[in-house]
Design a protein around this ligand. Structure first.
Ligand SMILES: Nc1ncnc2c1ncn2[C@@H]1O[C@H](COP(=O)(O)OP(=O)(O)OP(=O)(O)O)[C@@H](O)[C@H]1O
Ligand SMILES: [Mg+2]
Length: 307
């Protein structure tokens, strides 16, 4: 269920009934370098890191997983997604009061102790920005009041045994200390290393095949070994390992260029990639994406020799 109470195109809070079909399989599809998935569960979590590294997805996936795992204790579960940026742009004039109203509604559902409520506050850097700007005299004090209301309300949520607060930010340096202090667990989520990029790309290739986007005798259809198997054969090229080693080269290039997991995953749905006949096409699609991103960010395109 999406609760778009204002009727505008994007609501400040969306409510998901968990487990949600849309989130099925998300946890399994997320791959990270560290033990992030195993370690980050806590009552108040802050995930920070560059765009496209899977922070929002991981929060949603965790909520889904807990809804299933803890169903004996909590037969019902909800994920309330609050878009911090949206809170400010939409409700600016009466923001403080409206934020309080939103949290009143969350607390109302929390009164049902058999209901697990995961509250996700996405892109909290907009709160930080508002506080700084107010302190610098650039924004009206209404804005700082709103941020303070949000922080107080989050504190109050923590008192409920059936509440979990998840927050994300993609501006690591700029997170408000008031916010950082509240988090029981702060984790940096980084772009995938070569090994993780390989596993993500391998998953994409299998998805392309499952969707019938590539068919034999293309190289993309050859068996793709796990990294463990590749290590077992000491990365020696043979008919069996050739496709995997080519894909590993692509993964190396993307990791060197700092490509995000989002950029890698997007390949699975790209029409250009559907027509691809070799790993060169995959590599070209990745290079194009990185160039697009660099152009949009107004920064120089990646200079990885492989591209
Ligand atoms: N580690 C990962 N493994 C597999 N897929 C990933 C991973 N990280 C991100 N993705 C995919 O990339 C897409 C974008 O992820 P998501 O929106 O969660 O990133 P984000 O860190 O929240 O980005 P932003 O900072 O821009 O909000 C999703 O489709 C997600 O499935
Ligand atoms: Mg996000």
């Amino acid at each position: 269920m999406n609760d778009n109470s204002s009727g505008e195109e994007r609501s400040a809070a969306d409510v998901w009934v968990l487990p949600a079909e849309e989130l099925h399989g998300l946890w399994e599809n997320l791959i990270y370098d560290s033990q992030l998935k195993e370690d980050f569960w806590n009552r108040f979590v802050l995930l920070h890191g560059p765009p496209g590294t899977g922070k929002t997805s991981l929060c949603r996936a965790l909520a889904q997983k807990l809804a299933i795992r803890l169903s004996d204790r909590f037969p019902r579960a909800r994920l309330v997604e609050i878009n911090a940026q949206c809170l400010f742009s939409k409700w600016f004039s009466e923001s403080g009061k409206l934020v309080a109203k939103l949290f009143d509604r969350i607390r109302m559902i929390l009164e049902d102790r058999r209901l697990l409520v995961c509250t996700l506050v996405d892109e909290v850097e907009s709160l930080t920005h508002a506080r700084r700007a107010t302190l610098a005299g650039l924004e009206p004090s209404d804005s700082i009041r709103t941020v303070n209301v949000i922080l107080t309300q989050l504190d109050r949520l923590k008192r409920y045994p059936n509440a979990l607060v998840l927050t994300t930010s993609n501006v690591t340096e700029a997170i408000d200390v008031a916010f950082v202090d509240r988090a029981d667990n702060k984790r940096l989520v980084e772009p995938p290393s070569e090994r993780t990029a390989y596993e993500i790309l391998r998953g994409c290739c299998y998805e392309l095949r499952a969707h019938g986007a590539v068919a034999p005798p293309l190289l993309l259809c050859a068996p793709l070994f796990s990294l463990r198997v590749l290590e077992g054969v000491r990365f020696v090229e043979s008919d069996g390992s050739r496709a995997s080693l080519r894909l590993l080269e692509v993964a190396r290039s993307t990791a060197a260029a700092g490509a995000s997991a989002r950029a890698l995953r997007r390949l699975a749905g790209r029409p250009r990639c559907r027509a691809s006949s070799t790993f060169d096409a995959l590599r070209a699609a990745l290079a194009q994406q990185l160039r697009d991103a660099a152009y949009l960010c107004n920064s120089p395109a990646p200079t990885s020799p492989s591209f």
